[in-house]
Design a protein around this ligand. Structure first.
Ligand SMILES: Nc1ncnc2c1ncn2[C@@H]1O[C@H](COP(=O)(O)OP(=O)(O)OP(=O)(O)O)[C@@H](O)[C@H]1O
Length: 857
């Protein structure tokens, strides 16, 4: 960055001041000592012919004394000098007030004189910009931003460091309205902007009256401020000893009621000063902003002020009526603040804010999450109601610790979302459920289309049904759901009543049974096929695939890997789930008839479902076996299944002695006893656990025998459910933030709502520029930069998920924490609270909703 222009400017100023100084020495009897201060308004108004003859001020802070060699101008030095000069200008205000007190009668004459002073015409900004206006109008953050823009521009010329501010996390609780991005230069810059600016041109229009005796006595010599000493200490009328200055009673405060006010130039959104747009502000609604009040009157929480010597002016944000949970009322709300709060609403969105007082509401009637029925967005945005005023922050605190304070290498996205394994499982299921075969030759059947064959083995086993069976995934055009279709190839229906038996299976709604929806025959495949429509469980596999799949033996260091031993708890889990399924089936007067590993689906970890139920009822409808027999056979098949799985052998039941020995060695006697009970055709003892008198063997008896294991499995299921619920709660946070992001993106940089289009229902003044670039939208845009577009000290993007979530959570909660927003040209700093940001989001979004409603969309 070039600073030549700045140097040139200051050098011109020096030369000008030197020639003017010579001129003044010739024409006036002023002392040669330079007192680098800006004269007060009253001083300038003194009816002195001498002052009229002083077209430029050698009192300019940037000008050296007459005999001083001009020091080389370094950029850094010039910045500091400007700051100090501004400080000195500020000191002069003290004198000006006292001078004014002593010379009240001169003021009118001074005004006349100023108008005729040519220097005033040269620099009209000087006169207008000389009043520090810390209250209404000038007190808005926009105005301060304007001041700061002037200062910051100067700063950026002098300090071309990459992105001095945006890479910082500006979670400030400071009550200063606007701060420079360079804290060290802040005070000087702000003062420079306020009291004449560092450019020097503003100071040329200031006359340099000879100091009055009292004024000189009260004023610290500016040469000492700038050069560290004053060559004319002996003759110079100003104070050179800081200790004396401190004793001066006028130093008790730097501003008083007589201090001239400052009306800054208006900031435009692109960072330039636009004198003509004085009436416009960054936020049009801020035109009604409240006065500044010292922070100390409102809250105890504050950060160290950047200007400790001055009463820290503060943006007094809209204090709206606020929902406070009764339980936390005393902790959360300061009654003074509440009372103060009701006075003012700068953003005036109160039409959608219910009247809630801190004490007058009941928790039942106020729901911070409730939708405002008056807003159309309520139907699809949670809490889309008008700003409900910061509901208690803690209400949004998600389950579990928040790892926002972690170092970069400690942060992982996993910390914020569901566990990886679960996410992967769900995503796999979704992906598999969507699988289609392009240009598939499989025809649609009835309402089912997009058939996808789930059978991966070409070898068909006719032993179970007597027919080749195929399983397809298909989508129903009736309801859009995905189903599994089991097709029995070349099935000929001889008895129509047989297929009606499927009706009874439709009523079996059990968690361990794959639900059957319908059965029909079709010729769509070119044959007569029987189709069973069941629930589709994506990414599931059969127990046969899980436990009996042939896998190449792994060898570790020459030793053969031990075969996979199925844990006993897994077997008990299978037993309990299948017992539950049989209870439902038998209780409905049906029998499963097919409990075999290839017809039991493993839909998630240790979660099984009895599949292919009801098929044998259709294809073997003419069987002579009684229901009791079939149900007893179900128990037998269950025992055989567990025995085979425990032995890792599909034919373990063919060698009972060996298999039971294996069970004896590998499992508890309890499991062995259970398996034996199931496998015995008609046990001599009544229950699987206790030798009681002989009873009829049925599922109820079995359930009674395994009650203890059912309780254990039930408890573990409850724990699993709790875990999933907690995971769901975390995802709930994510979905809440997604809604917030959607709103932000609806608002940010929206192109079509420009000045020519009045936003219906907008209560503020008509926008003076692009809707998306003015008012709340402007600082929402800066907020987006703050959240997503931060860069580090090297200008590299910061991709800190914790920061993003942190900011969005605070925005959603409308926290009172302040955040410093930096304009893209880094010339402005706006300090707003998350509460104001939230209000801006809601207000802007409601503008959009109203506009959409009016256009009938
Ligand atoms: N309802 C269903 N939902 C999802 N996938 C299923 C469903 N029913 C079966 N499958 C899958 O279809 C595939 C084939 O099932 P099938 O019952 O034909 O097993 P199989 O091993 O082919 O048995 P068989 O040897 O008797 O043909 C299996 O991978 C199974 O996971």
């Amino acid at each position: 960055m070039s600073f030549g222009g700045r140097e040139l400017q200051l050098q011109h100023a020096h030369q000008a001041s030197r020639s003017l100084r010579e001129l003044m020495e010739e024409t006036t009897d002023m002392p040669t000592a330079s007192n680098c201060r800006v004269p007060s308004r009253t001083e300038r108004s003194a009816p002195s012919a001498r002052n009229k003859a002083e077209p430029a001020s050698y009192h300019d802070g940037a000008s050296p004394p007459p005999t001083d060699p001009y020091p080389p101008l370094y950029t850094h030095a010039s910045t500091i000098a400007a700051s100090e000069a501004s400080s000195a200008s500020e000191q002069s205000k003290l004198t000006s007030s006292s001078s004014r007190d002593s010379l009240p009668a001169h003021a009118p004459a001074a005004d006349v004189r100023r108008e005729t002073t040519p220097q005033k015409k040269q620099n009209p900004r000087r006169t207008k910009g000389h009043k520090p206006k810390w209250s209404r109008g000038g007190g808005s953050s926009d105005d301060i931003a304007s001041n700061d823009r002037k200062a910051a521009r100067h700063s950026s010329e002098g300090a071309p460091s990459p992105s001095p501010s945006r890479h910082l996390h500006h979670h400030l609780s400071s009550h200063t309205l606007a701060v420079s991005t360079n804290a060290q230069a802040y005070q000087g810059r702000l003062m420079a902007a306020t009291f004449g600016g560092p450019s020097g041109d503003s100071r040329r229009g200031v006359s340099s009256p000879r100091p009055k005796g009292r004024e000189a006595k009260n004023t610290f010599c500016r040469n000492v401020t700038i050069y560290g000493h004053c060559r004319y200490e002996n003759t110079c009328p100003y104070i050179h000893d800081p200790a004396k200055l401190n004793q001066n009673e006028n130093m008790k405060k730097r501003f008083n009621v007589d201090s001239p006010s400052f009306t800054p130039l208006q900031a435009s959104t692109n960072g330039s000063l636009t004198p003509s747009s004085r009436g416009a502000a960054i936020s049009p609604k801020a035109a009604n902003a409240a006065v500044f009040t010292p922070k100390s009157q409102r809250s105890t929480a504050s950060t160290p002020s950047l200007q400790p010597k001055e009463p820290a002016p503060e943006w007094h944000p809209q204090e709206f009526q606020e929902f406070v949970p009764q339980t936390f009322e005393t902790q959360m709300v300061d009654s003074n603040t509440q009372a103060h709060a009701l006075a003012y609403d700068p953003f005036n969105t109160s039409s959608t804010i219910p009247s809630i007082t801190g004490t007058g509401h009941s928790g039942a009637s106020i729901n911070p999450y409730a939708q405002d029925p008056t807003l159309s967005s309520a139907s699809y945005y949670q809490n889309a109601a008008g700003f409900q005023s910061s509901p208690a922050y803690h209400l949004y605190w998600p389950v579990g610790p928040q790892p926002t304070g972690l170092l970069a290498y400690q942060r992982t996205a996993h910390d914020f979302f569901i566990p990886d394994a679960l996410r992967e499982d769900l995503q796999k299921k979704a992906e598999i459920a969507r699988q289609v075969v392009p240009n598939s030759s499989i025809p649609p059947i009835e309402q089912f289309h997009s058939l996808f064959c789930l059978d991966t083995s070409a070898q068909k086993n006719q032993a179970l049904f007597g027919y080749n069976s195929w399983v397809y995934k298909a989508v129903s055009s009736k309801d859009g759901n995905t189903y599994a279709l089991r097709r029995l190839e070349n099935f000929r229906l001889t008895n129509e009543t047989a297929i009606r038996s499927a009706q009874a299976w439709k009523r079996i709604l059990n968690g361990s049974v794959v639900t059957i929806h319908e059965a029909f025959t079709t010729r769509a495949f070119g044959d007569s096929s029987l189709i069973f429509v069941t629930d589709y469980h994506p990414n599931s596999k059969t127990l046969a695939e899980e436990h009996f799949k042939q896998v190449p033996m792994q060898r570790f260091h020459g030793r053969q890997a031990t075969s996979s031993h199925v844990p006993e708890q897994v077997l008990w889990g299978y037993i309990v789930q299948l017992a539950s399924a049989l209870k439902a089936i038998h209780g409905s007067g049906l029998a499963a008839r097919l409990i075999t590993p290839s017809k039991i689906l493993l839909t998630s970890k240790n979660r099984i479902r009895l599949n292919a139920c009801g098929i044998l009822d259709v294809v073997q409808s003419e069987t002579q076996r009684s229901l009791l027999e079939l149900q007893a056979d179900d128990l037998l098949q269950l025992g055989r299944l567990i025995l085979n799985i425990a032995n890792n052998n599909t034919s373990a039941h063919l060698n009972m002695q060996k298999s039971m020995d294996y069970i004896t060695r590998g499992y508890t006697a309890r499991l062995k006893e259970c398996i034996q009970w199931l496998l015995n055709a008609q046990p001599s003892t009544g229950s699987p656990t206790s030798p009681t008198p002989p009873m009829h063997k049925d599922i109820d008896l079995f359930l009674g025998g395994i009650a203890d294991q059912m309780a254990t499995v039930f408890d573990s299921e409850l724990h699993a459910q709790d875990t999933l619920t907690n995971t769901l709660a975390r995802e709930l946070e994510s979905s809440r933030l997604v809604r917030l992001l959607v709103k932000l993106n609806f608002i940010n940089e929206r192109p079509e709502l420009d000045a020519s289009q009045h936003v219906p229902g907008s209560t503020g003044p008509a926008p003076s520029a692009m809707w998306a670039e003015t008012g709340e939208r402007y600082y929402l845009k800066l907020f987006r930069d703050y959240v997503f577009h931060q860069v580090d000290a090297n200008g590299h993007p910061v991709t800190n998920l914790a920061h993003v979530l942190d900011c969005l959570n605070k925005l959603d909660a409308g926290a009172d924490e302040k955040v410093a927003l930096i304009s893209r040209d880094e010339q402005n700093v706006l300090i707003v609270t998350y509460r104001e940001l939230k209000r801006g989001v809601e207000s802007s979004f409601q503008d959009l909703v109203r506009a959409a409603r009016q256009s009938g969309k």
